[in-house]
Write a protein that binds this ligand. Structure first.
Ligand SMILES: [Zn+2]
Length: 148
């Protein structure tokens, strides 16, 4: 099991999608836990076998709200499971409900975590509650109520 607080700066692709200048201060961290199901149990079966990976992470990502254009921190809470397989053939034994990832011989856990972080980022960053938007957002909503 891997557990710890990691600087958000480690995840370059997340930083690229975020308000990068605010990431640099080192104030942003990813509180993450990766747990690999022990090999040799029922988790391993069939062709090349597979490994269940549980990923939980809590973090705030500095983003810019597209409604009011102000900076805000977007809270992300990730709690997911994926199956790691050696090749496509091995994926046949993975339960349908589980997303699988075909891994090269060497897996970098940080890459797996980064992938989950990227997928969890909002497509359109915005304050979860429009009431938190700044004055510009309020003005826009007043002008065009359907904008929300
Ligand atoms: Zn806003």
């Amino acid at each position: 099991m891997l557990e710890g607080r990691l600087p958000l700066m480690l995840f370059g692709r997340v930083v690229d999608s975020a308000d990068a200048s605010r990431c640099e201060g080192g104030d942003y961290e990813v509180d993450a836990r990766l747990r690999f199901a022990p090999a040799g149990t029922a988790e391993r079966s069939g062709a090349g076998g597979w490994t269940r990976l549980s990923i939980t992470a809590n973090l705030s990502v500095p983003l810019r709200c597209e409604r009011c254009l102000e900076a805000y921190d977007h809270a992300l809470r990730i709690d997911t499971e994926v199956a790691l397989v050696a090749d496509e053939a091995s994926a046949a034994v993975v339960p349908d409900a589980l997303e699988y990832i075909v891994c090269e011989a060497r897996v970098r856990p940080l890459d797996l975590l980064e992938e989950e972080l990227i997928m969890a980022l909002p497509l359109v960053p915005a304050h979860p509650d429009p009431a938190h938007c700044g004055e510009l957002g309020e003005a826009l909503v007043a002008l065009a109520p359907e904008f929300d």
